[in-house]
Design a protein around this ligand. Sequence first.
Ligand code: SAM
Length: 329
Amino acid sequence: MAATILDMEKLFQLFDNSTTIIMNELHISYLEALAETGANIFEGEILQDLDSFTERRLQKEYEGVDLSQASNEMIRKAFQLAILKGMKEAIQPNHEMTPDAVSIFISYLVEKLMSKKEQFSLLDPAYGTGNLVTAILNNTNKAVKAYGVEVDEILMKLAFAGANLQRHEIELFRQDALQPIFVEAVDIVVADVPVGFYPNDVVANEYELANKSGGHSLAHYLYIEKSLKHLKDGGFFVAMIPNFMFEGEEAANLNAFIKKNVVIIGLLQLPLSMFKNNKHAKSIFILQKKGEDVREPKQALLAELPSFSKKEAMRGIIKNIDNWFKENL
Ligand code: SAM
């Protein structure tokens, strides 16, 4: 069958239909099946052990679509929609994918921060599905050496499939990112950091930001320290952090650590309407690791972002941020 003209809806249908076939045949979850179909599409063959009738049904789905007609952003968005469908089944809040609008907004910030570089290296130590990183890679013309670390096996499989389908070479490591990772120091770390307690006290105790008063340490604190460790001097950290980051008994340690090691570039609060519960609301925190030629900005970039769907208000804020970068970095 000849491939038809591709749009995002058709691509989503391909992912969704083929995932459903595999899920029902192999009795696995939607997300696992999505990773399987992603691998099939990338390899151009059916990799699972299926009966010939099911194989033919799948083949028919795959033949209807020619991925070479699709832009990377189209592939990312269609894959993202399928992941969202799968995540509705069962997902813990800490495994949620970074939303599309935030991923694209962070891509814009990364472009600003890396504007003087012809190429750069990037690490996401909470890689998840890779939605955030692939949005960044799809929205830059620069060569990027990208690394991702993710502990969850299914998310890592989805991440591999997503990176392959979007033709990105990303070095992915499936492991606990708070343990030693074998990644060079990079120009920029991006992350939608996991929030909550980190269960491994032995590993946590290696960190300056470990909980000193007994009990588990905060993963979101350890992630900041770990990220800085993997940055070059003068490198940037752009992360989604919980709004309550600077509250609680441990906050004084975090403040002191930040003052010692980094310059605060900005804090942008995401609209509360994005979050089901205000307690889960997040901000984008931007830091620069201290180093030669690194200067404190005259004034940090502080703003409450409007809802991303309010185009006029968004244009206004982007103009302000553009001006801030012109004056400060
Ligand atoms: N940016 C990701 C995306 O677009 O899909 C979403 C990141 S999600 C909010 C946080 C991720 O951190 C989850 O996928 C979770 O499995 C991962 N994570 C949590 N603790 C981790 C650890 N110690 N090491 C590696 N990954 C971890």
